[in-house]
Design a protein around this ligand. Structure first.
Ligand code: ATP
Ligand code: RIB
Length: 308
């Protein structure tokens, strides 16, 4: 059975350039390719979850400007409802300046969140019923944190499983973490939050213990091309990722989180969900861009069939 899920988070327009090397301060580098596309961690995760077959309610905010059309067009293209894309009449749609090294596929990102950093109580009142009736709610840390805290409160008070993708890192209260069903930091964020450098299973277990002590139910730490660490209080494991030829890993974490959410909503356990999400993420890193790189359900199924 497929349950309803809500993705609450940022939308920004990604302005991505590929370059022979990442510029050092003061340097101008001639890039080899420019791509504009829908981005923002929340939006990427919502699109990934929807394309993977999830029943997704996407909540975000844009400005009253032409950049907002990038969000509307991307949603129309995949048949995702625009009903809960709120509009700020004064603050423009956010943007992200992304440079990708064409040799190493490493990236550098500057994000100006703009309108998605202005989510109000009035906006939240319009989506409260959706949050309450979802099986899972997924947030990141790229919108105004007071709105995230309110969403957390509504979800937890109504027995909705609350998932926090702790990206990009910003300080958060213990209250925000307490009672979360799952946290999904990458290894850098895991260290920033717990103080434990995550290098292997043993150190990941130590970091997970800190999360458990803060009242989080389950912990998942993404480890880039090394795969993903998944832990309940009873069991933990590092699951290696699928081997592919990566061309752009920007948004790999978003692909993973979106895929994981859809898998959970279909009743898969954490381990099965991790495999599904890793397949989605592996396909996405073989393509350029963030939202445009997210595969369809058919592509994920074909990839899994081929690799099993
Ligand atoms: P980003 O901030 O760029 O979105 P992230 O740091 O949040 O990424 P990662 O840990 O880099 O997330 O990657 C998330 C998941 O994507 C990994 O757990 C893995 O499954 C998959 N992945 C990442 N890089 C690769 C790769 N080179 N090949 C295959 N899968 C990958
Ligand atoms: O995780 C990738 C995303 O982070 C990009 O789409 C960019 O918008 C930044 O927010």
């Amino acid at each position: 059975m497929k349950q309803k899920v809500t993705v609450f988070g940022s939308f920004v327009v990604d302005l991505m350039a590929r370059t022979p090397h990442l510029p050092v301060p003061g340097e101008t580098v001639r890039g080899s390719l420019f791509k504009q596309g829908a981005g923002g961690k929340g939006f990427n995760q919502g699109i990934a979850a929807h394309k993977a077959g999830g029943n997704v309610v996407m909540i975000t905010k844009v400005g009253k400007d032409s950049m907002a059309n990038v969000a509307y067009d991307a949603m129309d293209a995949v048949g995702l409802s625009k009903e809960y894309v709120f509009v700020n009449e004064e603050v423009g749609t956010g943007i992200a300046l992304i440079s990708v090294d064409e040799n190493t596929s490493q990236n550098e990102i500057v994000i100006v969140p703009g309108a998605c950093n202005t989510i109000t109580d009035e906006d939240l009142a319009k989506v409260e019923e959706h949050i309450k009736s979802s099986a899972y709610v997924l947030v990141q840390l790229e919108v105004n944190q007071d709105a995230n805290e309110k969403v957390a409160k509504i979800a937890k008070e109504n027995g909705v499983r609350f998932i926090i993708n702790t990206a990009p890192y910003q300080p958060m209260t213990d209250e925000f973490l307490r009672g979360a069903y799952l946290v999904t930091p990458n290894e850098v964020e895991a260290e920033e939050i717990t103080g434990v450098p995550v290098k292997d299973l043993e150190s990941a277990d130590k970091a997970a213990k800190v999360f458990f002590e803060k009242g989080v139910e389950n912990v998942l730490i993404t480890l880039g091309s090394r795969g993903v660490y998944v832990a309940t209080k009873e069991r933990s494991e590092i699951i290696p990722c699928f081997k592919v030829q990566a061309v752009d890993t920007t948004g790999a974490g978003d692909a993973f989180n979106g895929g994981f959410l859809t898998a959970l909503s279909e009743g898969k356990d954490l381990w099965e969900a991790a495999r599904f999400a890793q397949a989605l993420a592996a396909i996405s890193v073989t393509r350029m861009g963030t939202t445009p790189a997210m595969p369809t359900r058919e592509e994920i199924e074909a990839f899994l069939a081929e690799r099993s």
